[in-house]
Design a protein around this ligand. Structure first.
Ligand SMILES: [Zn+2]
Length: 147
């Protein structure tokens, strides 16, 4: 066999489909010809790499990671909701405070409670302060709770 024949029979050699005579001639040429020997060994190496089974099985931790990722996503949504909701509620607290403050201020101003305190008037103001404190603490409880 010459070099051209080796190149022609290279695929057959790599597929192990040469008959015994051809294989003997092929190997004899490789022993004598470094160029063909090098080509054949490089081809064999390439074939080994290509034949190596590619690991395609699903990663057993992939499922867990995807689930964790999805849970993080919903945590983020929850957090964003809270981020939007909190300023709204804080605004409401301020409005309630201002409203009650104006109400209490007007009462003191108009009826001069300082100089002429009446028990019923004072009780009413206490009741309003209590109501305000309850509303505020309810909203605070809601805002400070985790869920
Ligand atoms: Zn050769």
């Amino acid at each position: 066999m010459n070099c051209k024949e080796i190149h022609n029979k290279l695929n057959a050699y790599l597929e192990s489909s040469l008959d015994d005579d051809q294989l003997r001639d092929f190997n004899m040429h490789l022993d004598a010809c470094d160029t063909c020997k090098k080509v054949v060994s490089e081809m064999e190496l390439t074939m080994q790499i290509l034949d190596r089974p590619v690991k395609l099985e699903a990663d057993p931790f992939m499922h867990t990671r995807i689930i964790a990722e999805l849970e993080n996503e919903s945590e983020t949504v929850k957090w964003k909701f809270k981020q939007v909701l909190q300023p709204v509620l804080l605004g409401m607290i301020i409005l309630v405070g201002v409203y009650l403050g104006i109400g209490l201020g007007n009462r003191f101003y108009d009826e001069d409670v300082f100089s002429n305190q009446q028990d019923s008037e004072v009780n009413l103001i206490d009741l309003e302060i209590d109501t305000y404190a309850n509303i505020t603490s309810d909203i605070e409880t809601f805002l400070l709770s985790e869920e």
